[in-house]
Design a protein around this ligand. Structure first.
Ligand code: GLT
Ligand code: MN
Ligand code: MN
Length: 389
């Protein structure tokens, strides 16, 4: 029996113009799908039940559009938003497609490229804010190198900081209600990209002049490309108050950037991610930054988009089931049992506590001999996910 699992506005499911609009070009092959206009994409997203649409400046208006052309495109896009009720929660700048950015944007060695990148970003911020964006993503796809002979990595960090500080001040100066979300990726399209993981980004943000304006936009596939546990990065960002946005998709570990449908590869990881987001009450966009397989036509693109949202909602239901499962909860209670015998040493340091703790005796062998039941707990989780609980 299949159930609808229909997306609702409060789910905040969003897609980029570049995701469902992906024409299936890859390094070895030409496009396999007709390009859709931004207006067509908005209508497709409305048809499948999405809440919002995000864009790069040049997904909307080509980089060489005249001001009149740009205005016409923006007008028709705005009309499509009004007609469908879709919103624009996030916008970003394309700082990677044009050959001018072949050596990066904010980190390029050529000061004219760095200046042009700032100019382009300010204009794209204006456009994003004009259409309602409250989160602005920075994905530095070209901010890297193929050879470290080309650039001192410390210089790269300093240039990125200078650009971020400049742009934060720009947003404040304009009086915009906008926060920045930095998106890490370890490589591709550059050989190596600076600030390669979400953890790097968090450390970098703390060095900015307006750290309160800046958070992160972790992407499932990007941490997995680096062989890392995505949930742990999301949790660290959340705990630091920095989870401003999230890019959901999927990816086999160790492969090229696959951008698969959410839940397509690592179901158990996707489950724990959804469970985390729902348990902590993350209320930002659930943005699917992925695209349909290259084998798909327009209908397949809709299957892809519906599949992302449907899998999220199914996993959300599974998370609620996990939280309500008596056996699982009893096991968790047992695992986390605390008989209060260590209370005297808990909490903030004091010399008295330290001395008492140093004098205490522990049954080390008993501690090591105790089975923890994680096998049973994990198997219960797997069986719940497989639908037999
Ligand atoms: C690009 C990249 C994504 C980024 C987008 C924002 S564009 O498709 O692969 O991860 O989020 O610039
Ligand atoms: Mn990606
Ligand atoms: Mn992304």
């Amino acid at each position: 029996m299949t159930r609808p699992f229909l997306p609702q506005p409060h789910d905040k499911f969003t897609f980029g113009l570049w995701t469902v609009g992906n024409v299936g070009r890859d390094p070895f092959g030409d496009p396999v799908r007709w390009a859709m206009s931004p207006v067509e994409i908005v209508h497709l997203l409305a048809e499948v039940g999405a809440y919002g649409v995000n864009f790069h400046d040049n997904d909307l208006a080509p980089i060489d559009a005249s001001p009149a052309e740009r205005d016409r495109i923006v007008r028709s896009f705005r009309q499509a938003l009004e007609d469908t009720g879709l919103v624009v929660p996030m916008a970003t700048t394309n700082l990677f497609t044009d050959p001018a950015f072949k050596d990066g944007a904010f980190t390029a060695n050529d000061p004219n490229v760095r200046a042009y990148a700032l100019q382009k970003t300010m204009q794209a911020i204006d456009l994003g804010v004009e259409l309602g964006a409250q989160v602005y993503v920075f994905w530095g796809g070209r901010e890297g190198v193929e050879t470290d002979a080309a650039k001192n990595p410390v210089t790269a960090i300093q240039r990125t900081r200078e650009a971020m500080n400049f742009l934060c001040e720009y947003v404040q100066d304009q009086g915009y209600d906008l926060r920045f979300a930095l998106e890490a990726k370890p490589n591709e399209p550059r050989g190596d990209i600076y600030n390669a993981t979400t953890g790097n980004m968090l450390a970098f943000i703390a060095t900015l002049e307006h750290p309160e304006m800046v958070g992160v936009n972790p992407e499932v596939a990007h941490e997995q490309m680096a062989g890392l546990n995505f949930l742990h990065h999301v949790a660290q960002a959340w705990e630091a108050g920095k989870l401003f946005h999230i890019d959901l998709n999927d990816q086999a570990f160790g492969r090229y950037d696959q951008d698969y449908r959410f839940g397509a590869v690592n179901l158990k990881s996707a489950f724990f991610l959804v469970k985390f987001l729902e348990d902590v009450g993350y209320d930002g966009s659930r943005h699917f930054d992925a695209h349909a397989y290259r084998t798909e036509d327009r209908e397949g693109v809709k299957d892809f988009a519906r599949g992302c949202m449907r899998s999220y909602l199914i996993l959300k239901e599974k998370a609620a089931q996990w939280n309500a499962d008596r056996e699982i909860q009893a096991l968790l209670a047992e695992i986390n049992a605390d008989d209060g015998s260590t209370d005297a040493w808990k909490g903030a340091y004091s010399r008295a506590k330290a001395n008492a703790l140093k004098a205490a005796s522990f049954d080390r062998q008993a501690l090591g001999a105790r089975g923890l039941g994680y096998e049973r707990l994990d198997q219960l989780t797997v069986e719940l996910l497989l639908g037999v609980r």
